[in-house]
Design a protein around this ligand. Structure first.
Ligand code: SF4
Length: 121
């Protein structure tokens, strides 16, 4: 049996959750609504995070563009995504929402800002 304390991040109330884990059975205390239970289960059984990073851009008015996962990914996938992002160089222009990597760890990586193309003389 394991006991954890988590802070629910699903709303600004930020409830302190006491979580008791026994095998794969999870009891949650301190939540003010059912979303706290779902959050605690997800966090204990398969924690997920958004991944934010930057990718190099060729011929752009900025040398890089910021990117993010469209949805949270399992924490185990974070380094795989970072390795793939490090290998990429986009060609400007890049628009907000452009897919940088499709279907990795169950989501896409998308650009979160615009990079205009600069015309080379
Ligand atoms: S348990 Fe419910 S009320 Fe508390 S922080 Fe989470 S979502 Fe908000």
């Amino acid at each position: 049996m394991k006991e954890l304390e988590l802070y629910c991040i699903m709303c600004p109330a930020s409830c302190t959750l006491r979580v008791i884990v026994k095998d794969r059975e999870i009891q949650v205390y301190g939540n003010q609504c059912p979303r706290g239970v779902e959050y605690a289960k997800q966090e204990v059984l398969e924690p997920r995070r958004h991944v934010m990073s930057v990718v190099r851009v060729k011929n752009g008015d900025m040398p890089t563009v910021s990117v993010v996962t469209r949805s949270p990914v399992p924490k185990d996938c974070i380094w795989r995504i970072m390795e793939q992002l490090a290998k990429i160089e986009l060609e400007a222009p890049v628009e907000i929402g452009d897919v940088v990597i499709r279907d990795i760890c169950g989501t896409d990586i998308i650009a979160t800002r615009r990079v205009k193309r600069i015309e080379l003389l």
